[in-house]
Design a protein around this ligand. Structure first.
Ligand code: F6R
Length: 614
């Protein structure tokens, strides 16, 4: 949430940070702004409500020259989206400008103290409190900016990634982080700063990852200086990131979401590459193999995740219990972290997160780690906070996901979970070789199968036209596909703003069936499994009450099609992999309905991709 970007060097900062900001817009799009220090040392802030394109237009006539700049795209927490609440925020004297991602929890106390000292505030943000606190500390102690940032942050409770620039200093940015992401791109005599390395990958592949409680002085032509809040030397964690720029572009698609849906046959290939031996049909994941004893002796697996990643974890629960016979619990990270959970030393806590930065998932993980559990990550973003905090893990390797609605990350997460379970099942002997190999063979077919599903794109687009004006939707599924139903409903509501609910099909009779009438479409996942007949009976019950049914079913399933009004036919493979197959038409259905409704598919209202605040 909120994207921050910065530049220090010999080039003109503004075009660089605006380009970076556009790549960070998935993190929030309520307002945008830049602060530039020019050659004369003047500090100028330009900001406005709305998207980065609006800011670009706003500054097109302004003099934005200068080689030091910071920029921000906002997802509002404190204060409504408006020009005055947009970042950067000046300090009262106008000598400092700050951008902030996160929440300062004790901002009221700090603000009251500053008001007592004569400060006034122009915005309703916690961030303006922080810039004034830094200024107050700097003036009271007559110290450098970095010292003022350090002393001010020692008074702060909350989460932040901040960058501060100073009037009169046209070679330096001071940055700090606590529980919000921040990387520093290292160029030749120049530095870049960002919430996400991908946004500055055009300029460098070398990144220093700032750790919690660290402050960086980023100065043109000088070595990077990193200190802790206690003024000790920080840890310089430099990594190389290989990423192709084409992964960050729409590549001819009208939206990132559609591109990412269509990428899935390839992202599944990337996800399994080097992990499955097509000859021996054996699966090797280093994160599991190197921690064999932990997995063999696990008393329980606890998944912690949010949103779509939580849905993938529910599928993981079925997969791990069925294949590895290990008890599994799936927790909303935001609930787990606040409810004094019982965590045992033989528990394995698996955090599932596309971004690897979700604040609640990170906090849940830290609780588990403190309690002595072995913590494992299933992440997409390489080098992300969760990936660095965990004892071990498996990347899903599906490439940057930019559309706010998660698609290819979901199928990548389920693919990784299935591979992990196959590895563990082999070690524990909970599946026969024949059973394991059958799943692996299907896994190798997934790129072809998903391609086939995607070839029905236009059929689903036509179906979406029929249902564009529905006000409510129900999604039903059972077993592995109950979480897929939840995920289908989430996709629809987040990008089309149509109310949608997912239920286990058999639960209908216990209440939700009262909602059924001629206006209520129900998407039923009726692919072959041991409850197929029962699911078809549930369809009949809905039909008997006038409901309209869209069935996602196997090619040529006459039994299911008789009870359906509309059908989406999919190929069939191992049951545990069917959520991957079924989720794709549900993604497309949500996508086309949202497009027909004229919604902003890649940037749905009120949402941001990386939820780095609680
Ligand atoms: C929905 C969606 C969100 C995320 C959730 C967790 O399409 O994208 O529900 O799944 O915010 O994010 P990560 O996986 O980054 O932890």
């Amino acid at each position: 949430m909120c994207g921050i970007v910065g530049y220090v060097g010999d080039r003109d900062a503004c075009p660089i940070i605006i380009k970076g900001l556009k790549r960070l817009e998935y993190r929030g799009y309520d307002s945008a702004g830049v602060a530039i220090v020019n050659d004369k040392g003047e500090l100028n802030v330009f900001k406005c409500k709305g998207k980065v394109s609006g800011l670009e237009e706003f500054i097109s006539e302004k003099d934005t020259r200068g080689c030091v700049g910071i920029a921000h795209t906002r997802w509002a927490t404190h204060g409504e989206p408006s020009d005055r609440n947009a970042h950067p925020h000046y300090s009262a004297s106008g000598n400092l400008a700050l951008i902030h991602n996160g929440i300062i929890e004790n901002f009221r106390v700090l603000k009251d103290a500053l008001i007592q000292n004569g400060y006034t505030f122009k915005s309703s943000t916690d961030s303006e409190v922080l810039v004034n606190l830094i200024e107050y500390v700097k003036q009271s102690n007559d110290c450098s900016l970095e010292e003022a940032v350090r002393l001010a942050l020692k008074q702060v409770v909350g989460a932040y990634a901040i960058a501060v620039v100073e009037r009169g200093n046209n070679s330096r940015i001071v940055a700090a982080r606590q529980s919000s992401p921040m990387v520093i791109g290292i160029g030749k005599g120049e530095y870049f700063l960002s919430s996400d390395a991908a946004s500055i990958i055009d300029y460098t592949n070398d990144f220093a990852y700032l750790n919690d409680g660290e402050i960086a002085v980023i100065e043109k032509g000088k070595d990077l200086e990193i200190k802790t809040l206690d003024n000790e030397d920080g840890h310089l964690d430099i990594r190389r990131l290989e990423l192709s720029i084409s992964q960050l572009e729409k590549g001819g698609y009208p939206h990132f979401m559609l591109k990412e849906i269509h990428e899935q046959p390839n992202t599944i290939v990337d996800c399994i590459r080097g992990r499955i031996n097509p000859e021996t049909l054996e699966v090797y994941l280093s994160g599991v193999a190197l921690n064999k004893e932990k997995f063999l002796n696990a008393g329980r697996i606890i998944f912690v995740a949010c949103g779509t990643s939580w849905h993938a974890s529910l599928i993981g629960e079925h997969i791990f219990e069925n294949m590895c016979r290990i008890p599994v619990e799936v927790e909303y990270a935001s609930e787990f972290r606040y409810r004094n959970p019982i965590i045992r030393k033989d528990d394995i806590v698996i955090a599932v997160s596309q971004s690897g930065e979700t604040a609640d998932t990170l906090a849940a993980l830290e609780i588990a780690k403190k309690a002595g559990a072995f913590v494992y990550g299933i992440c997409n973003a390489v080098g992300s906070s969760i990936a660095r905090v965990t004892d071990s893990g498996t990347y899903i390797h599906v490439g940057p996901e930019i559309g706010v609605a998660s698609t290819k990350a979901f199928t990548g997460q389920v693919t990784v979970m299935a591979m992990m379970a196959l590895c563990i099942a082999q070690m524990k002997g909970t599946m026969t070789e024949e059973q394991r190999h059958a799943v692996v063979r299907d896994m190798l077919r997934l790129p072809e199968i998903t391609k086939e599903v995607l070839s029905t794109d236009s059929v689903i687009a036509d179906l979406a036209k029929i249902f564009t004006y529905a006000h409510n939707f129900i999604y039903l599924g059972r077993g592995y596909n109950y979480p897929t139903a939840l995920e289908g409903a989430l996709k629809l509501k987040e990008i089309s703003y149509i109310h949608a609910e997912g239920y286990p099909a058999a639960e209908m009779k216990h209440g939700p069936i009262a909602l059924i009438d001629t206006e209520m479409p129900t998407v039923v996942i009726a692919t072959p499994d041991h409850t197929h007949d029962k699911t078809v009976s549930n369809m009949e019950e809905i039909k008997a009450r006038g409901g309209k049914i869209i069935a996602v079913m196997a090619h040529g399933d006459e039994h299911a099609s008789k009870s359906a009004d509309y059908v989406i036919e999919v190929p069939v493979c191992s049951e545990c992999l069917m959520p991957i197959v079924v989720s794709i038409p549900l993604q497309l259905l949500a996508y086309y309905i949202a497009v027909y409704k004229g919604r902003n598919v890649d940037q749905p209202r009120n949402l941001a991709k990386s939820v780095t605040v609680e």
